[in-house]
Design a protein around this ligand. Structure first.
Ligand SMILES: *[C@@H]1O[C@H](CO)[C@@H](O)[C@H](O)[C@H]1NC(C)=O
Length: 453
């Protein structure tokens, strides 16, 4: 009997060892075309100029938007006693829509956005828009920093952070030159009409943008899809990206998910007990993800269908986008009428809505969910990177991966902060704390390079 038991235990041990070794294997980097054409029709020679750009909300657009907002049909009232549990609270929404029509000053907001120097340039067939802000003081070591946002955002998300990064601070012997780009199909960047523009290929475009601007080596700060794009960039271009700061750190390696799963039996094995509630019990976490990820499934499968209503109705688009912004800001506030939106300034939310409406980019931006999970990106997800990486975890970030999981992907995780406040749109909600952490993370990254040489 004992003999049989011993054999069974031995077999299980060997199988587990084999399985774990299998999961720890690193696949080969797939072949990638670094010059793939995403423009209309076949490839043509392009103008490589970098052109200054100013945002304009013109009278035709404003009049049309206001007329649609005013002529909407009456909104259906929430059920008795319900706040935001069934989705956006339409009484709250109505107040915001009225504000958009009556108080939001389109021209003043455009001027405000234009305080940051903006440009466009053509990369691989698409017109890419970006903010480029040089430091206010010369003579301090300047680090080129590419900043990347996610959905349903744009470089607007970094408006308050950028001046904090381009201003030198005592105790730091460096400052940043910031290049904050709109992802293709987002904000003022052109979308593609070709299938396949995944986060990986967006990463190639962003790398080519930085080369166009004269940077063969640079740093990245990113969140949400931007962080996914950047995670591919540090994997594919480890010698070009000198450091990565992320406010949505994730390891999508299967081995990391095994850890996450094992942690549901012994959480302390995976995560500091203080922060265990962010992911365990796993059943709570999964039910939260299911509750809030319907939009994700729709956009990953039928973005063009949902996109028709969102393109035609600014009230519908606002409801759809604001509900997600609220939940990602504070998912524990579905029992309020604002559903988490009170964590942000209304003007910032309306800037985001106006930018989406003006550029008609709700469909082109939503399609990233359908392109995001190609076979190629899954292979790259499973390749670790040596690029020094710094992570900050705000309280209500959509996902939380403890450092032990992150290290599977980021072998040189040199800095990690956990905040018990803040949410997904850190640049809008906690710009100062985000900027503080970027300076700290970058200090650790520079230290890492010093030790390497
Ligand atoms: C006004 O802006 C919209 C949206 O950007 C654009 O499609 C339209 O061509 C512009 N109209 C004029 C008259 O400039």
């Amino acid at each position: 009997m004992l003999k049989v038991l011993t054999i069974i235990v031995a077999l299980i041990a060997i199988a587990s060892y084999g399985f774990i070794s299998y999961l720890q294997q690193t696949p080969e980097l797939p072949k990638i075309d670094y010059d793939r054409w995403w423009g209309n029709g076949p490839k043509v020679a392009e103008d490589t100029a970098v052109r200054p750009f100013k945002i304009e909300f013109n009278d035709t657009m404003i009049a049309d938007l206001k007329s649609r907002l005013k002529n909407r049909r009456p909104l259906t009232k929430p059920l008795e006693g319900i706040k935001s549990e069934y989705g956006i609270n339409t009484i709250y929404l109505e107040k915001v829509l009225n504000y958009w029509v009556e108080k939001y000053d389109f021209k003043e907001r455009a001027n405000n956005l234009n305080q940051l120097p903006r440009y466009k340039t053509r990369i691989q067939g698409l017109d890419i828009h970006f903010i480029r802000m040089k430091p206010k003081v010369q003579g301090v070591k300047t680090l080129p920093l590419l900043m990347l946002h996610g959905w349903p955002s744009s470089s607007k998300e970094f408006q308050k952070v950028i001046p904090l990064l381009t201003t030198p601070r005592t105790g730091h012997d460096f400052v940043f030159e910031v290049i904050a780009a709109d992802l293709p199909g987002y904000g003022f960047s052109e979308g593609t009409n070709k299938p396949g523009l995944s986060a990986l290929h967006i990463g190639v475009i962003m790398r080519n943008l930085m080369r166009r601007l004269g940077y063969n080596q640079f740093y990245i700060q990113a969140g949400d899809w931007g962080s996914n794009v950047a995670t591919h960039m540090v994997t594919v271009f480890p010698d070009e990206i000198l450091g990565f700061h992320t406010n949505m750190p994730m390891s999508a390696r299967p081995y990391s998910y095994l850890k996450l799963f094992l942690g549901s039996f012994v959480p302390t094995f995976v995560v500091d007990p203080k922060h265990a509630h962010r992911i365990y019990p796993l059943s709570n976490y999964i039910s939260y993800i299911l509750r809030e990820s319907g939009y994700f499934h729709i956009q990953a499968t039928k973005p063009d269908t949902i996109g028709v209503g969102l393109t035609d109705s600014p009230a519908g688009m606002a409801a759809y986008v604001m509900e997600k912004i609220g939940v990602c800001t504070n998912r524990d506030q579905t029992n309020t009428d604002h559903g988490g939106l009170a964590g942000l300034e209304l003007e910032d939310v309306l800037d985001t809505l106006t930018i989406i409406w003006n550029n008609n980019c709700i469909v082109t931006s939503s399609r990233l969910y359908a392109e995001g999970f190609s076979k190629e990106t899954k292979i790259i997800d499973n390749i670790p990177t040596k690029v020094p990486t710094a992570a900050v975890n705000f309280r209500y970030e959509v996902v939380y991966h403890p450092d032990w999981m992150l290290r599977d992907k980021f072998h040189n995780l040199v800095h990690s902060t956990i905040h018990d406040f803040g949410g997904h749109f850190a640049g809008l909600q906690t710009p100062k704390e985000l900027a503080d952490d970027i300076f700290l993370g970058m200090t650790a990254i520079l230290e890492f390079h010093k030790k390497e040489t």
